[in-house]
Design a protein around this ligand. Structure first.
Ligand SMILES: [Zn+2]
Length: 282
């Protein structure tokens, strides 16, 4: 695993939390209300063809207008999930590519900006699926292979989450994660932590267990040492850290990106502004 002992999240925080919820059913409205109340951020993965006319007898999908109203407030992110939710690993290359690029085009037209994220529909991932995303300009993509830990991803196109919300260890993990960490205490091999939770909002409706999300948010929200961010904000930030350029003596650091980066280097905190060079204490 790639260790990043100097990395600190914005505000010199040691931990970050992100959520990822799929499929765009109307239950996202209730889910987002809970997340907003606790200032917890989520990336919503939207199969755009489903917004138009797919009729599920058991569960209710959102309309295009409902999706626009819900996801356009700047407090969340939208990402690809395949226009038609095709399992990429099982599809011909062309069909898979079309499913992702048409999804990107529609989301960018609907919401503006640049969409660089994805969650693999049906968790269907192999080398070809990764190649399809790369060809479509996707920079980070979530799998459904739960790690049960708080590691940052090794490969952004195979971003394994910590757990699904129905994991029996959910609250145990949440409580462990919520504990503060003394960032001044420098320890080799100790690196910043990310809690990455995923699921589908319709599961709360089907199981009638919305308290699972309420209790999770109560356990992890409102902590000064945790950065609450979307998948995209985390990927952009950590990639900016990875792009830092150090001088041969290690005492000067350049930030060639357009993202400000916080680092903690041998018990000293440094703010490395976007596009600037900073001399460390040596
Ligand atoms: Zn899905």
């Amino acid at each position: 695993m790639k260790l990043r002992p100097f990395l600190r999240f914005p505000g010199f925080r040691f931990k970050a939390l992100t959520l990822s919820y799929d499929d765009c059913f109307v239950y996202d409205i209730r889910l987002k209300k809970i997340l907003d109340a606790y200032n917890v951020k989520c990336t919503f993965n939207v199969p755009t063809d489903w917004l138009l006319d797919r009729d599920d007898p058991k569960r209710k999908l959102m309309t295009k207008q409902e999706a626009l109203d819900l996801y356009s407030d700047g407090k969340c992110e939208v990402a690809c999930h395949g226009s038609r939710h095709l399992p990429l690993a099982e599809m011909p290359f062309e069909m898979g590519t079309r499913d992702i690029i048409s999804n990107r085009l529609t989301l960018e037209k609907m919401f503006g900006g640049v969409v660089k994220g994805c969650a693999y529909a049906r968790g269907s991932v192999n080398e070809r699926a990764v190649e399809i995303l790369r060809c479509c300009g996707i920079e980070y993509a979530r799998t459904i292979d739960n790690t049960g830990n708080f590691d940052l991803p090794e490969d952004w196109l195979r971003w394994d989450p910590t757990c699904h919300h129905d994991d029996p260890r959910l609250m145990e993990l949440a409580e462990e994660f919520a504990k503060p960490y003394n960032t001044k205490q420098y320890v080799w091999n100790k690196h910043p932590e990310l809690f990455y939770l995923w699921g589908h909002s319709y599961e709360f409706n089907d199981e009638n267990n919305w308290e699972v999300m309420e209790n999770f948010c109560k356990a992890v929200s409102g902590r000064d040492h945790i950065w609450y961010a979307t998948n995209g904000e985390i990927a952009t930030y950590v990639k900016a850290y990875d792009a830092l350029r150090f001088s041969a003596d290690g005492n000067t650091v350049q930030n060639p990106t357009c993202t400000d980066v916080c680092i903690s280097c041998f018990e000293n905190d440094y703010f490395i502004p976007a596009g600037k060079t900073v001399v460390l204490k040596g």
